[in-house]
Design a protein around this ligand. Structure first.
Ligand code: UTP
Length: 406
């Protein structure tokens, strides 16, 4: 794209301010800016209005779930099916590590954070130990796809390399960078991150499958006949990865996807709740849930009690229907570095919008989802904050309770 085309293109979209500093730029910088403009999906900005219009559908309780008691009772049956799928190499895993982890306040990819006390135990290492827990049972390693972002990709790869991939077969680890979306001010004007760079931020964890495909990795799924993908976040140091019983239960219950859930600690706990929305499995965020549903009980139990823990199993064949661009963008009000009057500023307070797709929205597109309940104390120790709830402290406590030496 040359300057004239870029100008006309931006005029049409009300974004011509992005060329404001063009005359001051070097030849290379001009090229970079024009490339950024060509690459940016400005249509995403239209979602500012659409988001405001979004209404919750009719919420009803789930129809398909496995309780902790049922999982215990049918352990052998569920595990046999899952172990068989793993032994045949039909399951892969996707680690979502493209987030910015701003709440933890740690400078670097969250997975490189040291959760150890008397020795080094990084989050990545702990997750890889959880991977080995299952591969040692099946005797077969599965492909591990690791989603990074433009911000942390280099550091993440280098970290894995420096730790010799924690002893995992190198050829089974596939890094890929997640797609980006433009960030803008409250009037929908896209920010300049620098005078020659459009402000582009990771597009949320819902972008994982399209990003995997855009990075050419669908061919690995096809080549290796991968039928199921276990997707999980970087935060939860206690989670089981490619849990055979979870895989088996989802297959036996004939669901297209499964979600690990825990009973909410209280009606006000800030977790998304798995339920039905207009008859389809859906995850309602804690801030969207109306009070009359949030506090509703039956036989002394919350009716809407299953909180998701960002550990899902997706059928690869059915995932392709999520690729047709139907995932909504959510608006996040954030502090965003940008160029203002010729100077790059980094405000402390939110100053504009980032646009994110969320993995929870993929569940709705799948049409059926098994809620697979797990024991919180054994499988849920998220590291979100430095202190307080879901923090380094609480995760350490739970690791110790589960026999991990810190
Ligand atoms: P969070 O919702 O905790 O977001 O991500 P975050 O960016 O990591 O952390 P905060 O909100 O800034 O503190 C949940 C999971 O989704 C991944 C994260 O790496 C984490 O595993 N994620 C999030 C992505 O992979 N990409 C994104 O764009 C956002």
């Amino acid at each position: 794209m040359d300057y004239d085309r870029a100008k006309a293109y931006l005029d049409e979209r009300g974004q011509s301010h992005l060329l404001r500093y063009y005359d001051e730029l070097s030849v290379e910088e001009r090229e970079q800016l024009l490339a950024d403009i060509e690459f940016t999906n400005f249509n995403i900005i239209n979602n500012i209005e659409k988001q405001a219009e979004k209404k919750l559908g009719k919420i009803t309780p789930l129809s398909s779930s496995v309780t902790v008691q049922e999982a215990r009772r049918r352990k052998i049956q569920f595990e046999a099916v899952g172990l068989n799928m793993l032994a045949e190499g039909r399951v892969g895993a996707v680690l979502l590590a493209g987030g910015q982890g701003s709440r933890l306040g740690y400078d670097g990819p969250k997975g490189t954070f040291n959760i150890g006390v008397t020795r080094e135990l990084t989050i990545f290492e702990q997750l890889m130990r959880n991977v080995f827990d299952v591969t040692s049972k099946t005797g077969r390693c599965f492909p591990l796809f690791i989603m990074t972002s433009t911000v942390n990709d280099g550091q993440t790869r280098e970290f894995f390399r420096s730790r010799n991939y924690f002893g995992y077969p190198r050829d089974l680890i596939h890094f890929f960078i997640q797609d980006v979306a433009p960030a803008c001010d409250y009037n929908g004007k896209v920010f300049l991150d620098e005078k020659h760079r459009v402000s582009l931020a990771p597009n949320g964890n819902g972008g994982w499958y399209s990003s995997l495909v855009n990075n050419g990795l669908a061919r690995v799924l096809e080549r290796d006949n991968i039928e199921w993908l276990n997707v999980f976040g970087v935060d939860n140091v206690l989670q089981k990865i490619c849990d055979p019983a979870f895989i088996g239960a989802t297959i036996i219950k004939r669901c297209r996807c499964g979600a690990k859930v825990v009973k909410k600690a209280s009606p006000d706990e800030k977790v998304g709740v798995l339920c039905l929305e207009d008859g389809k499995p859906s995850i309602v965020e804690y801030f969207e849930m109306p009070d009359n549903l949030k506090y509703k009980t039956k036989k002394d139990e919350l009716v809407y009690r299953y909180g998701v823990i960002l550990n899902y199993l997706f059928n690869v064949h059915d995932l392709n229907q999520t690729l047709s661009g139907k995932l909504p963008y959510h608006i996040a009000n954030k502090s965003l570095a940008h160029v203002e009057d010729g100077v790059r500023v980094k405000p402390d307070q939110p100053c504009g919008y980032k646009f994110e797709t969320l993995v929870v929205d993929m569940v709705k597109l799948m049409g059926s989802c098994l809620a697979y309940e797990v024991e919180r104390e054994r499988e849920f120790a998220p590291v979100k904050n430095a202190t307080g709830t879901d923090s380094v402290e609480t995760a350490r406590e739970l690791l110790v309770k589960n026999g991990v030496l810190l």
